[in-house]
Design a protein around this ligand. Structure first.
Ligand code: HEM
Length: 384
């Protein structure tokens, strides 16, 4: 036996990998017209791994203090070899990660993959999504530039409108009364320790459950999947996954190199309030909703508290989706869930476009839908 084979055998025995390898070698993926959506979770995983790799490299030079953060990022993008590229990759990939996590969430939602026995897979997924948004919110402040500073000020201020616990929440988020050096160290702690630890646990559980339950077949494709031979995961599906990752790497590298992420001006708490305060695009629909609410209060509760309450209930409902729609294929609760999902997506896209005074968000979403439909058609023919 060659050295490679004997080392492999040694590891398989010592780590007791036999049963796991056995399971993976027999894993199969159903083949049907919605098969393209099975690749979205893997894509999300790809962008997450890019974040881990580039984030660790950025940590080597970044300094989380109000007097040094901006300068350290400036140093990374001007003096460190390829530092500009690593920072640009981290920023672009962060945005693509949120977008793909959302596409993955939306596809498993509309295809009803959260139903029995995948309730916990769904809940761990929603928690992962919230953690990803937390990464985005905390990471935005780290370069300590004007845009981030004022957006964090406004963003954390919003928590203050929550009745009873609002003031405490603002202080908890900011690590003090105001956004300052304390906020920066706190956000850094969230970004590089607390959230990665939570992600490790949630992602481990999520991927384990996906292996345990296998891929679900959407109710609308049951007959079709029954009539077609499933695809072996190794090597057929895994190679297709890898092909997608190679494409994603190409697109990501091109974006990062051709449109390097801006740094802007250093944060100055005493500068007149920044005119064009913008949160990251994925918070825009909530920001725009709050902008439409007039100032004032009723029974001591600020008007702003009502949309905040609705968004919080929306988040909770998302977490509980598998328990709210327990229906079977073609059930009424399933149809209601679909229409609520469609309405929520339209609301988010319209308010985002309104927030930016631009049609770009609409084109991006329509472009994605067309691209996924074309991919679904193309792969359907190839696998017949
Ligand atoms: C870091 C974020 C995430 C990663 C890396 C991830 C990864 C994956 C992977 C690799 C799969 C198997 C392939 C696939 O169905 O696409 C999967 C399946 C699944 N994911 Fe995620 N996911 C993430 C977030 C989410 C979110 C936000 C949700 C929704 C709330 C979710 C819900 C599910 C469900 C229900 C399945 C099973 C799908 C089926 O059996 O058809 N995941 N995930």
């Amino acid at each position: 036996m060659g050295t490679v084979a004997s080392t492999r055998d040694w590891l398989v025995h010592r780590l007791h990998l036999g049963p796991m390898l056995e399971k993976i070698s027999h894993k199969e993926v159903p083949v049907h017209r919605y098969g393209v959506f099975y690749y979205l979770g893997g894509m999300t995983l790809f962008f997450f791994l890019v974040q881990v790799g580039t984030g660790i490299l950025l940590m080597l030079y970044y300094r989380p203090s109000a007097s040094e953060a901006y300068e350290s990022v400036e140093f990374i993008v001007t003096a460190v070899p390829f530092g500009w590229l690593i920072r640009s990759l981290h920023s672009w990939s962060a945005n693509l990660l949120v977008y793909f996590a959302f596409l993955h969430l939306a596809s498993v939602y509309f295809l009803k993959a959260y139903r029995k026995p995948r309730e916990v897979t769904w809940v761990s997924g929603v928690l992962l999504f919230f953690v990803i948004l937390g990464f985005g919110f905390s990471g935005y402040l780290l370069p300590w530039n004007q845009l981030a500073f004022f957006a964090t000020k406004v963003g954390t201020d919003i928590a203050g409108a929550v009745p009873v616990v609002g003031e405490w929440m603002v202080r908890f988020l900011r690590g003090g009364e105001r956004v300052g050096g304390g906020t920066l160290s706190r956000f850094y702690g969230w970004h590089v320790a607390i959230l990665p630890a939570l992600t490790t646990v949630m992602l481990g559980l999520h991927l384990l459950l996906v292996q345990v339950h296998g891929m679900s077949v959407p109710p609308a494709a049951r007959e079709e999947a029954k009539a077609r031979r499933p695809m072996p995961f190794i090597p057929h599906f895994a190679l297709r996954d890898l092909f997608g990752w190679a494409l994603a790497l190409g697109v990501l590298a091109a974006l990062a190199a051709l449109f390097p992420w801006e740094l802007g001006e250093k944060a100055d708490a005493f500068a007149p309030a920044y005119k064009d305060i913008k949160p990251e695009w994925y918070f825009m629909f909530m920001f725009q909703t709050l902008k439409l609410v007039p100032g004032g209060e009723i029974f001591g509760i600020e008007y702003e508290a009502f949309p905040i309450l609705i968004f919080s209930l929306g988040g909770l409902a998302m977490l509980l989706v598998p328990f709210l729609d327990r229906g079977e294929a073609g059930s009424k609760s399933g149809a209601i869930a679909t229409w609520i999902g469609v309405a929520a997506v339209i609301y988010m896209v319209v308010l985002t476009a309104w927030g930016y005074h631009s049609w770009v968000p609409v084109w991006i979403v329509l472009g994605t839908v067309v691209l996924l439909a074309l991919l679904a058609l193309a792969t359907r023919r190839a696998e017949r």
